[in-house]
Ligand binder design. Structure first.
Ligand code: ZN
Length: 201
């Protein structure tokens, strides 16, 4: 399966001149929500991710996603694995389970995101779940931005990665983009202006 081509076909892998949340500039940007616009594509990606998790022999009771970004990917992964799907939501300084969702002590949980960048939200979700006595057995994402090491991937974990080194990350592909500080950006030097993509505009 050519994951990068699926992202391109869905207009989820953008090319241009982008201002990232980190303040750096990049010529490529992953608009992760777009790849889940068509449920058929979401199902195909989640099935492939579920196969990786099964082949690794990871036992899982429940998939938990950090809202909002991870919810669709988490739901599809849960369907592919035949387990239940829950999500945690932001609160001051972390995340929490709401809406009557519960986990049991010892319950085996996969934290699922659409994309793992440094893994900050995934770690907050894991902390919320483990505070309730459940066990995070793996992290999963459709796309890995290349800061963290995924099972079977070539990219090594970078210092920015917040995921614990002793819990596996399953992801379909690494999307490692060149990033530039604004004053060292070749596109800026050619006179173009970086635009801010993402969820807020
Ligand atoms: Zn630039």
């Amino acid at each position: 399966m050519n994951v990068e081509q699926i992202y391109k076909d869905a207009d989820a892998l953008l090319e241009g001149h982008f201002l990232l949340a980190s303040g750096n500039h990049s010529a490529r940007y992953l608009q992760s929500a777009k790849v889940l616009e068509y449920p058929e594509t979401a199902t195909k990606l989640a099935d492939a991710l579920a196969n990786m998790i099964r082949e690794a022999g990871v036992e899982v009771d429940t998939v938990c996603a950090p809202a909002l970004g991870g919810v669709l990917a988490g739901y599809e992964l849960a369907r592919s694995l035949g387990v239940r799907s829950i999500f945690v939501e932001k609160k001051e300084g972390g995340m929490e389970l709401r809406r009557g969702f519960e986990v049991k002590p010892g319950e085996k949980i996969i934290i699922c995101e659409d994309i793992i960048t440094t893994g900050g939200s995934a770690v907050k979700a894991a902390e919320a779940i483990e505070a309730l006595g459940a066990k995070v057995v793996a992290f999963a994402s459709l796309a890995n931005r290349g800061f963290c090491k995924r099972v079977g991937g070539e990219a090594e974990a970078k210092p920015e990665c917040k995921l614990p080194a002793d819990v596996p990350l399953f992801s379909l592909a690494d999307f490692t983009f060149e990033m530039y500080a604004p004053d060292a950006c070749p596109m800026c030097q050619e006179g173009s202006t970086a635009i801010k993509p993402g969820s807020k505009g």
